[in-house]
Ligand binder design. Structure first.
Ligand code: UTP
Length: 271
């Protein structure tokens, strides 16, 4: 069973500058709620019991957000406001399940994942990238069901415009397993249009095996000088480990760009 999730939050968020010069993008409100809460709720609904947030010293405000007990207690003593009480209880529920680890130099997603090594207990764990919101259907839950059925790793996949493939990790897929699921032959990080084997892109939900840690350890910096999780995944695929691409049903919202961030509030407000 998959009971642990990790969420890398230690990136610089340069695409949302200047906001991110002083603020963690994952706390920016989407329709009135911090972005990270949508991701935490997706985990909880999918049956996750422990969530490891990878932050940095610069993003300590994310930890502070969940650790304001004396502040809330003081306010609640003075003001018996049921809304504040509800919000505080919600935060306490999150706080019970989360742990923090630090990646103070943003050396890439692979390096961020590596920081969680000593906390991962089972053979598989879930990873969610918080810039990728998926609404209307719980993608993590569907992926956990697929993992249970095929005992393999799973990655979320979405068809993207051919002209934009160089912005994404792109799959080369092999056998179709069922309507929305395919075995993965290769994952290529940000290919040129002519080199892209498909227009099916990796979206930020992964069920990864514990053995990914020993693959990450062997990696040299890849594209952009960063340690990419996709490079470790490709090495596991080369060693005949099964990875499934899952075309999720929900609606994808890219919160990592200003346009996408604004649009995500509009979309969620319609729900
Ligand atoms: P991105 O590289 O897409 O986003 O990382 P970013 O670094 O936050 O923002 P930009 O690209 O500069 O605008 C995807 C996810 O991985 C995390 C990020 O916080 C983001 O959630 N990440 C990235 C890390 O935790 N550590 C890293 O070294 C790199």
């Amino acid at each position: 069973m998959i009971k642990q999730a990790i969420i890398p939050l230690a990136g610089l968020g340069t695409r949302l500058l200047p906001l991110t010069s002083v603020f963690a993008k994952e706390l920016l409100p989407i329709n009135g709620r911090p972005a990270v809460e949508y991701i935490l709720d997706e985990c909880i609904e999918a049956g996750i019991k422990e969530i490891i947030l990878i932050i940095s010293d610069k993003k300590k405000m994310i930890k502070d957000y969940f650790f304001q007990d004396s502040f809330y207690k003081k306010i609640l003593k003075k003001k018996k406001d049921p809304r504040i009480k509800r919000e505080y209880q919600k935060i306490l529920r999150y706080k019970k399940m989360i742990k923090f680890v630090y990646q103070n130099k943003p050396l890439g997603t692979g390096d961020a994942v590596m920081k969680t090594k000593k906390y991962i207990k089972s053979n598989y764990f879930l990873m969610l990238l918080p810039d990728d919101l998926i609404i209307q259907d719980n993608c993590s839950k569907s992926m956990i069901d697929i993992h249970r059925k095929y005992k393999s790793s799973v990655m979320a996949s979405m068809r993207v415009n051919k002209k934009t493939v160089s912005r994404w990790g792109i799959f080369s897929l092999s056998k179709k397993i069922s309507n929305n699921n395919y075995f993965i032959n290769d994952v290529i990080e940000k290919p040129k249009i002519n080199d892209a084997p498909s227009n099916k892109a990796v979206i930020g939900r992964y069920i990864l095996p514990k053995k990914i840690f020993s693959e990450i350890k062997k990696l040299k910096p890849g594209k952009g000088g960063e340690i990419h999780i996709t490079d470790a995944i490709q090495n596991l695929i080369n060693k005949k480990n099964l990875f499934i691409a899952h075309n999720f049903k929900g609606k994808y919202l890219d919160c990592g760009t200003m346009h996408g961030y604004i649009n995500s509030t509009l979309e969620i407000s319609k729900l």
